[in-house]
Design a protein around this ligand. Structure first.
Ligand SMILES: Cc1cc2nc3c(=O)[nH]c(=O)nc-3n(C[C@H](O)[C@H](O)[C@H](O)COP(=O)(O)OP(=O)(O)OC[C@H]3O[C@@H](n4cnc5c(N)ncnc54)[C@H](O)[C@@H]3O)c2cc1C
Length: 258
């Protein structure tokens, strides 16, 4: 066993491209302690101009979108670790005397750097990288020239607590589809966890309560002042984020690099 005694999380998301970051937004917003592990290799960084992502009628710099999604996951409460996951192992095969056995962890997630995190849930969102799942019995890998994880529509893999999201789950090679699937997988995880959950909605004040309903778990009612305050903060932030072109260069296919 290497490294420090293992930290424990509700959710570890392996892969912080559009699928993984979208999943993290949803799990973190519901209060699940969420960690996203990613070394910064989203294939979307190779895009020249993203013109089909909903909400950007004139397109958006793909690197900007990844930054914004990362910021959104952090704003929701997720932590991010710049690292590559080397192994996800069953917790039973990896007893840690210093760990809290009552944390409900099913997995230990280990990075190349020796960081170890126990996790109740793992969302795998690594496009075509599957090697780190080799220790988990019951993960079916599909080889179609590239490797994918066999998962049902909601991202369930057959291993309790392990989900696959985005391209890794053989979703179409489109950013919006993979982001949407990340969100769907997170909602599935929330529905299957112990946390009470209805929908992640922000509704106007009275939407539920004026009809003698409690605000359902996962939902929030906000009044007009709160709505205006949030809108003002969002406008300021958006102006700042889009004030200048993104500084990062468009990446290219490794085979075209010098
Ligand atoms: C040149 C090009 C242009 C494109 N243009 C468009 C476009 O215009 N419109 C569109 O809709 N789609 C476009 N795409 C497709 C789009 O980029 C993908 O469909 C989308 O990024 C898939 O999302 P994902 O989250 O599943 O994978 P990714 O975004 O690739 O994210 C996977 C993440 O997993 C991480 N990872 C891998 N292994 C590990 C590990 N062991 N540990 C931790 N992290 C790991 C990587 O660092 C990466 O960040 C384009 C793709 C390319 C190549």
């Amino acid at each position: 066993m290497t490294g420090e005694p293992t930290a424990s999380r509700d959710v570890v998301v392996v892969g912080g491209g559009v699928a993984g970051l979208s999943a993290a937004v949803y799990t973190a917003r519901q209060g699940l302690d969420t960690l996203v592990v990613d070394p910064g290799g989203s294939i979307l960084r190779r895009n020249a101009r993203l013109e089909n992502f909903p909400g950007f009628p004139l397109g958006v710099d793909a690197r900007r979108l990844l930054d914004l999604l990362g910021e959104q996951a952090e704003t929701a409460g997720a932590d991010r670790l710049d690292a590559r996951v080397a192994r996800v192992s069953p917790v039973d095969g990896d007893p840690d005397p210093a760990a809290d056995a009552a944390d409900g962890a099913r997995f230990v997630v280990a990075t190349d750097d020796g960081d170890r995190t126990r996790a109740r849930h793992v969302v795998a969102a690594t496009k075509n990288e599957v090697g780190y799942l080799a220790d988990l019995d019951g993960v079916a890998i599909v080889d179609r020239g590239k490797e994918y994880v066999d998962a049902d529509e909601r991202g369930r893999t057959g291993v309790a607590g392990l989900y696959a999201a985005g391209r890794l789950a053989r979703k179409p090679h489109q950013a919006a589809v993979c982001a949407g699937h990340g969100a769907e997988v997170a909602v599935t995880l929330l529905e299957e966890s112990d946390e009470p959950f209805y929908h992640d909605w922000v509704a106007p004040e009275g939407y539920f309560t004026d009809r003698d309903r409690d605000v359902p778990p996962g939902c929030e009612e906000i009044d007009a002042d709160e709505r205006r305050e949030r809108e003002a903060a969002a406008l300021d932030a958006t102006r700042e984020r889009f004030a200048e072109p993104h500084p990062d260069p468009q990446e290219t296919h490794p085979s075209l690099e010098d």
